[in-house]
Design a protein around this ligand. Structure first.
Ligand code: CAA
Length: 258
C-alpha cells in the first residue's frame, strides 16, 4: 500500500489498484488529488512489473466533480495562469492501459476523469452527469469533447444543457461504458479484466491502445496507415515471435516485453 494523502494504492500481481480517497468531499477533485493522481499514474507507467491499472472511488462516489469550494474564489487570471485542470493531461496521456471502475456519482470532473480511461466499467449504482451549467459554467476537463465522442451530439447536448444525471443502464446503452455489473462486484470485475490485459504482451498492449486513440484524432486513411505501420513494427519484437510460435506449438506465450 503506497502512502498518499488522497489515494489508496495497492498492487494485485501486475495490476495497480488506485482508490480515490476523499470521502468527506465525495472524492471531489482538488489540487491534492490531482497531485497524487499524477504521481501514482507516473509511477505505474514507469514500473515494468505493472501492466494495467484500475481507478475506482467509493461506493457512494467515483468523484462528484472538481472541487467547487476550491474553485469558488478563483477568477480568470488565476485559472488561466495556473492552467487549471491542465495537469489532468498527464493522467490521460499515460501510455499503459487503465480502467475506470465507476460506482455512485461520477459528475462533472468525475465523469470527465472516468472518460479519460481506456475502458470504463460501471456499477449498477453509477450516476453520470455534466452538471456544470447549474454552477454557471461548463465542463472544463474534456467533457464537452469526450462525452460527445462517446454518446453523440444529441445526448451530449441533453446532458450538458440540462445538467441531468444518466444512470448505468442508459450509460451502457449510450456506449459511455463497456459494461454494467452489480455494485458489489465492481472492483473484482475490473481487476479480472485488468489481469487479462496485464497478461498480454506489454508492447502490444501499448500499441493497441495507441491505435484506438488515433481513431479519435485523425481521418480514416491516415488512421489505417498508422495501424498498419505499427503492426509492421510489432513484427520486429521478440514477443511477436513468441506469440505466434506459442500458438503454433499450442502453448501459452511467455512475454519479455521486447
Ligand atoms: N466540490 C466540493 N465539495 C463537494 C463536491 C464538489 N464537487 N461534491 C460534494 N461535495 C461535498 C459537499 O459539499 C459535502 O460537504 P459538507 O459535508 O462539508 O457540506 C459533502 O461533499 C457531501 O455532499 P452532499 O452533502 O451534497 O451529499 P448528497 O448525497 O446530498 O449529494 C451530490 C450528492 C448530488 C453529488 C452533491 O454533492 C452534488 O451535487 N455535488 C456537486 C456536483 C457537481 O456540481 N459537480 C461538478 C463540479 S464542477 C466541475 O467538475 C468542473 C469541471 O468540469 C472540471
Amino acid at each position: 500500500m503506497s502512502d498518499y494523502e488522497t489515494l489508496l494504492v495497492e498492487t494485485h500481481g501486475a495490476v495497480t489498484l488506485v482508490r480515490l480517497n476523499r470521502p468527506q468531499a465525495l472524492n471531489a477533485l482538488n489540487t491534492a488529488i490531482l497531485r497524487d493522481l499524477i504521481d501514482a499514474f507516473a509511477a505505474y507507467d514507469a514500473d515494468d512489473g505493472q501492466r494495467c491499472l484500475v481507478l475506482t472511488g467509493s461506493e457512494k462516489a467515483f468523484a462528484a466533480g472538481a472541487d467547487i469550494k476550491e474553485m469558488q474564489d478563483q477568477g480568470f487570471a488565476q485559472m488561466y495562469g495556473a492552467n487549471f485542470f491542465g495537469g489532468f493531461e498527464k493522467v490521460w496521456s499515460v501510455r499503459k492501459p487503465w480502467i475506470a471502475a465507476v460506482g455512485g456519482f461520477a459528475l462533472g470532473g468525475g465523469c470527465e476523469l472516468a472518460m479519460m480511461a481506456d475502458i470504463m466499467i460501471a456499477a449498477d449504482t453509477a450516476r453520470f452527469g455534466q452538471p456544470e451549467i447549474k454552477l454557471g459554467v461548463a465542463p472544463g476537463m474534456g467533457g464537452s469533447q469526450r462525452l460527445t465522442r462517446a454518446v453523440g451530439k444529441s445526448k451530449a447536448m441533453d446532458m450538458v444543457l440540462t445538467g441531468r444525471m444518466m444512470d448505468a443502464v442508459e450509460a451502457e446503452k449510450a456506449n459511455l461504458c463497456s459494461k454494467v455489473v452489480p455494485a458489489a462486484d465492481l472492483v473484482d470485475e475490473a481487476l479480472k479484466m485488468a489481469a487479462t490485459i496485464a497478461g498480454m504482451a506489454p508492447l502490444a498492449a501499448i500499441a493497441n491502445k495507441e491505435m484506438v486513440n488515433v481513431a479519435f484524432e485523425t481521418g480514416l486513411a491516415t488512421g489505417i496507415l498508422f495501424e498498419r505501420r505499427l503492426f509492421n513494427g510489432l513484427c520486429a519484437t521478440e514477443d511477436k515471435k513468441e506469440g505466434m510460435g506459442a500458438f503454433v506449438e499450442k502453448r501459452p506465450g511467455v512475454w519479455t516485453g521486447r
